[in-house]
Design a binder for this molecule. Structure first.
Ligand code: SAM
Length: 260
C-alpha cells in the first residue's frame, strides 16, 4: 500500500518525502546512491529526462540540449575544429540529451555515468536517430582507450558529486584519455568559501547540488596536471539569456606538453 502510494506520488511529493526521511527519520541514503537508483524508478521517457534536466516533453529536451550545447560548448573558444573532431566524451550524460547534440559534431559520442538505466538513455538516443554512441559506467571508464578522446565535456554534473575525490578521479582519467591536441571543458559548482563546501547526506535535498569548489581551488587542482586555456567564474544562468547568474563556473584545459 505504502509502496504503490509512493509510486503514484508527484515529483515534488517524492522530494518532500526524501527530505523528511533524511532529516526527521535519519534514514540517510548516500547522495551518490540517489543518482544511481532513481532514474530506473521513473515512469515514462519524459519523467526520465526530467530527472536530469527539467522538461515537459522530449521535443523540449532536444531543443534545450541544442541550445546548451551551442551556447555552453560549441561557440566557446577552444572547441575542437573539424580536423581534430573524432571522439567526444561526456562526464555525467544523464538522459543523453547533450550526447545527442555532440554526435552531430563528432564521429563518435561517448558518455560515462553512474545511473542504473543506461537502457533508457540508449532508447532516447536511438529514437532521435543518433548513431555511433557508446555508454560506459564510471567504474568501466578504463575500457576507453588512452589518448583517444578529442573533447571531454561536463555540464551540471561536478556540482552533484559528494566529495572532491571524484573530481580528482575524473581529472586523472581526463589526463589519460585526452589526445595530444585534445581539450576538456568542465562546468563545476562554485563557492566563495575558502576551498570546498560539501553537503552532508542528512541535509541533502534530492537533486540539489552537493559539491561547491572555490574557483581558485579548482584551478589549482587542474593546474597540477594540465595547461589551463580558459577560465570563467561569472556565467549566465540560462543559455543565451543575460538574466541571472549561474551557480557554475567553467574551466577549459589541455594536457601539458611533454618536454623532449
Ligand atoms: C543534473 S544531471 C545532468 C545530465 C546531463 N549532463 C545534462 O546536462 O542533461 C547530473 C548527472 O550526473 C550524473 N552523476 C552524478 N554523479 C556522477 C559521477 N560520480 N560520475 C558520473 N556521473 C555522475 C548523474 O547520474 C546524472 O546523470
Amino acid at each position: 500500500m505504502f509502496l504503490s502510494l509512493k509510486n503514484r506520488m508527484s515529483y515534488s511529493g517524492k522530494m518532500l518525502l526524501d527530505r523528511f526521511q533524511r532529516r526527521v527519520l535519519g534514514r540517510v541514503v548516500p547522495i551518490s546512491q540517489t543518482w544511481v537508483q532513481r532514474p530506473a524508478k521513473l515512469d515514462g521517457m519524459v519523467a526520465f529526462l526530467n530527472w536530469f534536466d527539467a522538461t515537459n516533453s522530449v521535443e523540449e529536451t532536444v531543443e534545450a540540449a541544442h541550445r546548451d550545447w551551442n551556447f555552453r560548448f560549441r561557440k566557446q573558444k577552444y572547441f575542437p575544429t573539424s580536423r581534430k573532431r573524432r571522439i567526444s566524451l561526456e562526464i555525467g550524460f544523464g538522459g543523453g540529451r547533450l550526447m545527442l547534440a555532440a554526435s552531430k559534431d563528432f564521429v563518435e559520442a561517448y558518455g560515462v555515468d553512474i545511473h542504473n538505466d543506461f537502457a533508457r538513455t540508449s532508447s532516447f538516443l536511438t529514437s532521435q536517430g543518433c548513431e555511433g554512441f557508446k555508454l560506459f559506467h564510471r567504474d568501466n571508464i578504463v575500457e576507453i582507450e588512452s589518448g583517444s578522446v578529442d573533447y571531454v565535456y561536463s555540464f551540471i554534473v561536478f556540482q552533484h558529486f559528494d566529495n572532491v575525490d571524484e573530481v580528482n578521479f575524473y581529472l586523472g582519467q581526463i589526463e589519460r584519455l585526452l589526445s595530444v591536441e585534445g581539450v576538456a571543458h568542465i562546468y563545476f559548482g562554485k563557492t566563495d568559501a575558502e576551498t570546498i563546501d560539501v553537503v552532508d547526506a542528512k541535509s541533502f535535498t534530492l537533486r540539489d547540488c552537493s559539491l561547491f569548489l572555490n574557483p581558485e581551488t579548482m584551478k589549482n587542482l587542474v593546474e597540477t596536471q594540465f595547461t589551463i586555456l580558459d577560465f570563467e567564474t561569472k556565467l549566465e544562468k540560462k543559455s543565451g539569456s543575460l538574466a541571472g547568474e549561474s551557480g557554475q563556473a567553467r574551466i577549459v584545459f589541455k594536457k601539458k606538453e611533454k618536454m623532449s
